[in-house]
Design a binder for this molecule. Sequence first.
Ligand code: PEP
Ligand code: MG
Length: 591
Amino acid sequence: MPELSRTGERVFRGIPVSTGICRGTVLVMGRNNDCIPLRSIGEDEIPGEMERLHQALVVTRQQILEVQRKVGEAMGAGDASIFDAHLLVLEDETLIEEVSRAIHQKKVSVEQAFSQVAEKYAATLGAIDDEYLRERAADMRDVTSRILNNLLGRQDNTLRNLTEACVVISYDLSPSATAQLDKKKVLGFATDIGGKTSHTAIMARALQIPAVVGLKDVSAQIRTGQYALLDGYNGLLIVNPTDQTLFEYGQLVRNKVNIEDKLRDVEDKPAVTLDGKQIVLSSNIGQARDIMAVKAAGSEGVGLFRTEYLFINRETLPTEEEQYQAYREVAAALHPHPVVIRTLDLGGDKFLTHLQVPNEMNPFLGWRAIRFCLQQTEIFRAQLRAILRASAEGNVKMMYPMICCLDELEKANELVEKYQLELEAEGIAFDRNLEIGVMIEIPSAALIAEALAKKVKFFSIGSNDLIQYTLAVDRLNERIAHLYDPAHPAILRLIQMTVEAGLRNGIWTGVCGEIASEIAMVPLLLGLGVEELSVSPPFVPRVKYLIRRTKLSEAKELADASLKLNSGVEILARAQEFAQRIAPSLFENQS
Ligand code: PEP
Ligand code: MG
């Protein structure tokens, strides 16, 4: 329940995932159809519900004709004709009659009747083994969600046509929708579900859009047009903020400007500890156009290139040539700094709509990342060849995600060797000494780090996944977010094991998960022996500021002491105390 003050201000508390403060008019986006409120109606309400149905069909028809006109002007009549199928759904008498029957017989609201009948139709069409009919199921769902949005007075489920800047509230946002957000129009966003290391949250941080997730049913409690303030530092959404609240937040924003001035001072300085240990501080990126942000942030190259974003938000797979151009562009622009390209990590919360990937009960434990690539060898081949080719033009390194056993590493390496031979035969250049590493993000990989270390040139700890797999806590599930504990003693031990196995075998260990940018965790990770930190570009300055204020010998003491503790709460408190002592100004915006 939100906290309601006498002044009408309502405060919703969620999980802060992207820092910053914004305020503005709220836009509540349409949710999934399964979020339709259940409402029984009386006999006397039936005519009114039928009239609402009629009105919604008329308005929806006008909207579709308008979209069709715009698409026709921009792309030609051929592309616009796909909307004919949408218009036909509106004229489907059998469907409309069945909705009417459900309203009369079951005495339920028109939206409830419509969503149930339309979903039944779509499911029947979708199950038929005929591509044409399956497409009609997609049309049906598309039109249904438009009609439901109109019935519920919700905005169209797209963020691309925003005309006014607003704070977006929704049940959920997919990583692909987030990647397309226009920062000028979306001041910030808040969602009912989600966790700190969901890819939606990661995208929000990269875009520097304030975001709060896990606000339970906030999207059902707020209306489009209300005024709200979003606090991405403390995870608050404040609807109808009072003048006092706005004044206090003005102060917070001024503090933030002061901190940013301090951080700007370290931009051109090296990431070196007080006792002289050079740390590689690099950036996490998702596309070639992020190069500018990497350079502006003052980081040394890229420690994680999430290549999935080349594959999503499109209808077809990217070709080898297209991928090569993207990888080459990044490698050449950042040369001589390294660019660690991670091979495709599809699955989990990142999907391709056009690939027929079956629904899975546990997608994060399923057909994901290297598991997918080792079976889809044509897709993998195009990517590996593209990466190999790009290695001729920069300091490229490559790593495999989600390695759980030695066998997977060996199989992937065999494919790399095969494609190297292919390129050689074709006379195409590549770097024969391309360094290959693995991500340590499954506990089994940390436990066999000694064996893996003998076959790779580096480790990169994917803490987002390592935490979810070690603690069995779904990284997207807000109900168990309190158990998602980066400072859990088990996580510290797995990091320690990995680093030590690496050192014994002469290879370095980095961290590219979100903990690498958490203020309290940075000195602790350095103390554990991590030599590279890769973070979203906006966080590079603050991580550098922390590194430059850390004395490695003290950080080692912190790590040793932490490894003796049995509770994540105690470890975090100690790490926080350490970080606060060396960099108090970084804590000023946290309440
Ligand atoms: C991780 O798991 O920490 C990681 C960096 O990979 P991703 O977040 O893309 O799964
Ligand atoms: Mg991962």
